[in-house]
Ligand binder design. Sequence first.
Ligand SMILES: C[S@@+](CC[C@H](N)C(=O)[O-])C[C@H]1O[C@@H](n2cnc3c(N)ncnc32)[C@H](O)[C@@H]1O
Length: 228
Amino acid sequence: MPKKVEEIGRVRRSKEDARASYNRMSKWYDAVAGSSEKKFGDAALRKLNAKAGERILEIGFGTGHGILALARAVGDSGRIYGIDISEGMLEITRSRLRKSGLLERVDLERGDASSLLYPADFFDAVFMSFTLELFDTAEIQAVLHQCRRVLKPGGRLCVVAMSKEGKSGVMMKLYEWGHKKFPSYLDCRPIFVRQAIESAGFEIADMARMTSWGLPIGIAVARKNREE
Ligand SMILES: C[S@@+](CC[C@H](N)C(=O)[O-])C[C@H]1O[C@@H](n2cnc3c(N)ncnc32)[C@H](O)[C@@H]1O
């Protein structure tokens, strides 16, 4: 295994624990984490640049801000799919879509994204915001390979995640210490975003960096090879 992949923290909780934890968090997620994360998700969505008529999947859609923006962007001729492990998140997203009159444009599913049941070559794009870093080290590759399988040739993958690329500052060291000590509260951990995506066979088209409280955030847009 390449050195950098080994360096990221492990995620040892069970899927059932992840599900229960996000169910508990779902009601207050927007008030606590959602608002600070939203600007990064919005920046990533601008880079993804969803177009009318596209079929797009969001993995780990949370309270549904991304799904809503995507549903607006693809219009009546497009379709949005979402998978999230938490039924609490699913209910909040469903209600957001219903209020906006866009529920009919979206298929939501409760499930674990480490096995995607969508057909091969099905989506124009796959979007993930602060979700890839929740999977254990080996699973990150499994999830990205699934993304490649379900994307059409030339399809786009857009990932926004806490990034370990570059120099680790004090905040990063503190955060990683916190993740090790209190993994149920600080469940995300920084990952090598670019390297993970390239290792899964994608070609990076655009890579941007932002920071949140001194912590690097990576936004990557990558493509599945057109010849596949
Ligand atoms: C940190 S939240 C991010 C939510 C949203 N994407 C955002 O940016 O605000 C992670 C989301 O991923 C979901 N999740 C966690 N593990 C998952 C898994 N194995 N499969 C699918 N969704 C998962 C959680 O339920 C939660 O909604």
